[in-house]
Ligand binder design. Structure first.
Ligand code: GLU
Ligand code: ZN
Length: 508
């Protein structure tokens, strides 16, 4: 006999009964793979008009931290992936932190045992090892052999007298378990490869194997989209669903599963938590736009169209089909991620971009807590200049810092100074000072005209040699937004002061 679980999602019409969950464990720094899983669940639910449940799987007190929990919430909020039930928003199945649900798990474990869906196993680790080795030697599957499935009362009391603390195991069905994976199609697991597994430890602590399906059942989860690494736990969860149905927990219908492709990092290895590019927080700190990062994460297994890379979250929601997720491993490519972010930066309105740059300029102490109208006006005027050249918002600091830095803190980059402000360079700066100090109209056009006439035409310099030294003197760096616009924005007084400064402080 074969058990078949799961049917494909029907297309069309909002389905408010559709419920997905995002259920990370709060250990360490949240990583991009986690955000990819959250995104796919979210887009799937929103596409179908269903609900997103955010559940925190924090039953492992040795690894879970409050800090990681807070960071998860922060980063989900930053990404703009909202949830209909979960921490902070509550919901009919609260609490949504598993660490607050131990009573529920203890009760269900006891009921599973009473209904003989699960049983106590008293085997010691040494006994399990010995029998495993034996099974291997005889060419049998090495998993748990069901030794304690039918212990007599006398055997049980003998174990108890020895002080053994039993674990609780699920009695797995003998049938092959087959289900339809939304990404991978039909998948079967033969029962001999799925032994009776542990639900509750000897000390009474419930394991992921129990609590994850229990909560999926209690919370009415209809679809589980998660990483391929969890595929091997799916037959166990389907069996547990059955058992739960038998004791009246949930309706016994397992959720429909879809396993998302692996994300590979450098050198064809799975992207791991230790890889620097997997640290989700670092993207926010570097000034990635949530829409840029999400757009990139969407491409890890999905595509909106064959020749289209840039799209919005709203467009993804409309177009997202889980059946169109590619089961093959996806490669994480930071360069592409950056390029996509840069494309999203260019799509922002000037005001929006200016506003998003503010916190970065503030944390570099280029802007204070209170941003003045003048500063905001300068930032808005400068935003289009930076926009074409930026990859992330944090680049506002080196790119536009020269406009906001106080005169006493302004420094010319030492490297750039040595390379560009040579004797020749300083002669150029002097000439620029002479011509600009007499300029009546302080506009980009007038500035450009004056500098070109004097430095290029009269002095016969190539543009690079003409404008490079001026750029370094005025902005402090060889790389800056367009020069004439920058000079206009900086203003006459500050420009002239900076030009004069490099001439006066020249160490040679
Ligand atoms: N808490 C589990 C994890 O982070 C969830 C796995 C699942 O989606 O079933 O791996
Ligand atoms: Zn046993």
């Amino acid at each position: 006999m074969t058990e078949t679980a799961g049917t494909p999602v029907p297309e069309g019409g909002p389905d408010a009964r559709l419920r997905v969950r995002f259920c990370p464990s709060p250990t360490g720094n949240p990583h991009v793979g986690l955000a990819r899983t959250a995104l796919f669940n979210w887009a799937f639910a929103r596409h179908h008009g269903g609900n997103v449940v955010f559940r925190i799987e924090d039953t492992d007190a040795t690894r879970d931290t409050e800090e990681s929990y807070q960071l998860l919430l922060d980063l989900m909020r930053w990404l703009g992936l909202d949830w209909d039930e979960g921490p902070e928003v509550g919901g009919p199945h609260a609490p949504y932190r598993q660490s607050q649900r131990f009573d529920i798990y203890a009760d269900i474990a006891a009921r599973l045992q009473a209904a003989e869906q699960a049983y106590h196993c008293y085997c010691s680790p040494e006994e399990l090892d010995t029998r495993r080795d034996q099974a291997r030697a005889e060419g049998r599957p090495p998993g748990y052999d069901g030794y304690c499935r039918a212990l007599s009362a006398a055997q049980v009391s003998a174990y108890r007298d020895k002080g053994r603390q039993p674990v609780l195991r699920l009695r797995m069905p003998d049938d092959t378990i087959t289900f339809h994976d939304l990404v991978r199609g039909e998948i079967s697991f033969q029962s001999e490869h799925v032994p009776d597994f542990v639900l509750v430890r000897g000390n009474g602590h419930p394991l992921y194997t129990l609590v994850n399906p229990v909560d999926d059942a209690l919370m009415g989860i209809t679809h589980v989209l998660r990483g391929e690494d969890l595929l091997s736990s799916t037959p166990r969860q389907i069996a547990l669903y059955d058992a739960l149905g038998a004791i009246g927990v949930g309706d016994g219908t397992p959720p429909v599963f879809g396993h998302l492709p692996y994300v590979m990092g450098e050198g064809n290895r799975k992207l791991s938590k230790r890889d620097p590019e997997s640290n989700l927080l670092a993207y926010r700190d570097r000034g990635f736009l949530p829409e840029g990062l999400l757009n990139y994460l969407a491409l890890l297994g999905w595509a909106i169209a064959e020749d289209r890379d840039i799209f919005s979250l709203a467009e993804m929601v409309v177009a997202f089909r889980i059946e169109r997720v590619n089961p093959n491993p996806a490669r994480f490519d930071l360069k592409k991620c950056e390029a996509i972010n840069a494309a999203h930066l260019r799509l922002l309105s000037t005001d929006d971009l200016a506003e998003r740059m503010v916190p970065f300029l503030q944390s570099a102490q280029l802007l204070g807590a209170e941003v003045t109208e003048d500063q905001l006006a300068t930032l808005r005027a400068a935003a289009p200049l930076a926009q074409e050249r930026m990859v992330t918002l944090a680049e506002a600091v080196p790119m536009l810092g020269f406009l906001f830095v106080t005169d006493d803190r302004f420094r010319v980059d030492a490297d750039d100074q040595a390379k560009v402000l040579t004797d020749d360079g300083l002669r150029v700066v002097q000439a620029a000072y002479d011509v600009l100090s007499g300029l009546a109209d302080w506009s980009t056009e007038a500035i450009e005209q004056a500098l070109r006439a004097r430095l290029v035409e009269q002095m016969g310099l190539k543009p690079r040699h003409a404008f490079g030294p001026v750029r370094v003197a005025v902005t402090g760096r060889r790389i800056s937004p367009p020069l004439f616009e920058s000079v206009e924005l900086l203003g006459r007084e500050r420009t002239l002061a900076r030009l004069q400064d490099v001439i006066a402080t020249d160490p040679r």
